[in-house]
Design a protein around this ligand. Structure first.
Ligand SMILES: [Zn+2]
Length: 406
């Protein structure tokens, strides 16, 4: 039997709600057969890729190396990490006996497997690994909310394995980069929360004292207001969280940095120090987006359909006035694509309707190409209320500049 199309609840939502925008902009959808897991449409996945690429540029510049680790990992790893004990209800588990396994809810223990095999010396540290990791968490259905809380999402997880002396620099550098990263997306108002040891935790109090002191010192050095949340830390260490608000004023946790002296001891991850002694590494967990999907949802609620040009799934709409002008539109399209811009040629329907459609789809730049533009080699450009003509080469250079990543 074919699945029946579901009613469209998006039509009942306020237009600025990200769930309404997901549908209106044809970005992605959710359906009951895969609850709280996203079906990305071409335009939505383009936007997803733009976010991923922006994070990847920062990750590479920060000296990280990208890895990919398995989705399904057997129980002993989750027992060693403590997840099987404290997080089991939220993991999708399968199999029995020796083959009992779970879909990963985080990538941390998998990165630890890589570092253990690398058997680093002090010269190799800090060792920085990053992954755009697809993770699964069996969240209660009442807490699910569009892209903000899903059961399958991309956690841009990364870990720094370093010596105790390197912790402070690594934490501070990551936090400064993170705040600058958020400003590029138009998030100037970012909340900071410092979450301290929870009642149920791993590791002894001396390690927690040290980790909380390090993270508190970093917050003080940043000079940014920060709310302290006693009892809200991760099971293995304190965490500093970046919070963004949606349209309704609800705060959502996005980027995070967490200091962990516990996991390296549970997995016995050591490096060989200058004196030949084997010492435990310190581990920093960090994420820029936290959940890429959640960040994308907040971005939609922040900007609506009018995303900044560098983020728009399609940056330039090329509108030939008549069929005779299509070849010139295709030529401009090829030049724009070769320069790394995202564009589409729309030749179907009246010009007025196509202009409305481009606005509706949030395409920031539109170039109308008619007989005059073909004859003169110019482009007639529009950007919101702005209109101007320019010679072809000049117009293309201008578009490249105005659509460049922030
Ligand atoms: Zn981690």
């Amino acid at each position: 039997m074919q699945p029946q199309p579901q009613p469209q609840p998006e039509s009942l939502l306020p237009p600025e709600d990200h769930r309404a925008l997901m549908a209106r902009l044809d970005l992605c959808h959710l359906q009951e057969e895969a609850p709280a897991m996203v079906f990305w449409h071409p335009r939505g996945f383009q936007l997803y890729r733009v976010l991923e690429d922006a994070a990847r540029r920062l990750v590479v510049a920060g000296g990280y190396r990208e890895v990919r680790t398995p989705q399904l990992v057997r129980r002993p790893v989750w027992e060693a990490s403590g997840h099987w004990g404290s997080f089991a209800g939220a993991m999708f588990a399968c199999g029995h006996g020796a083959s009992e396994a779970a879909l990963k809810p985080v990538s941390c223990p998998c990165h630890i497997q890589i570092v253990q095999r690398a058997a680093p010396s002090w010269r190799d540290l800090p060792l920085r690994l990053a992954e755009f990791g697809l993770v699964h968490r069996d969240e209660a259905s009442g807490t699910l909310h569009g892209l903000m809380r899903l059961r399958q999402f991309t956690q841009d997880d990364g870990h720094v394995f370093c010596t105790d002396d390197q912790v402070r620099d690594e934490l501070e550098r990551f936090c400064r980069d993170l705040l600058a990263f958020y400003r590029r997306f138009g998030f100037d108002e970012v909340g900071l929360a410092l979450s301290l040891r929870p009642p149920q935790r791993l590791g002894d109090d001396a390690l927690w004292d040290r980790a909380e002191r390090e993270l508190s010192d970093v917050v003080a050095a940043l000079g940014v207001p920060c709310e302290v949340q006693p009892g809200a830390g991760a099971i293995y260490g304190p965490k500093l969280e970046l919070l963004l608000r949606d349209r309704a004023g609800r705060a959502w946790q996005c980027g995070t940095v967490q200091l962990d002296y516990v996991m390296p001891r549970r997995f016995d991850v050591r490096y060989v120090d200058r004196d030949g002694e084997k010492r435990h590494v310190a581990m920093i967990h960090r994420a820029l987006f936290g959940s890429l999907e959640r960040f994308l949802g907040l971005l939609l609620e922040r900007h609506g359909a009018a995303l900044p040009a560098w983020l728009a799934p399609e940056q330039v709409g090329l509108l030939p006035v008549a069929d005779a002008h299509v070849p010139r539109a295709r030529e401009v399209e090829r030049e724009l694509l070769a320069r790394g811009l995202r564009c589409r040629v729309d030749a179907d329907d009246t010009l007025a309707r196509r202009i409305v459609r481009a606005n509706h789809d949030g395409i920031p730049f539109v170039a109308v190409i008619g007989a005059r533009e073909v004859a003169s080699g110019t482009l007639a450009l529009r950007h919101r209320d702005e209109r101007w003509d320019a010679p072809g080469d000049e117009a293309i250079a201008d578009l490249v500049r105005r659509c460049a990543p922030a």
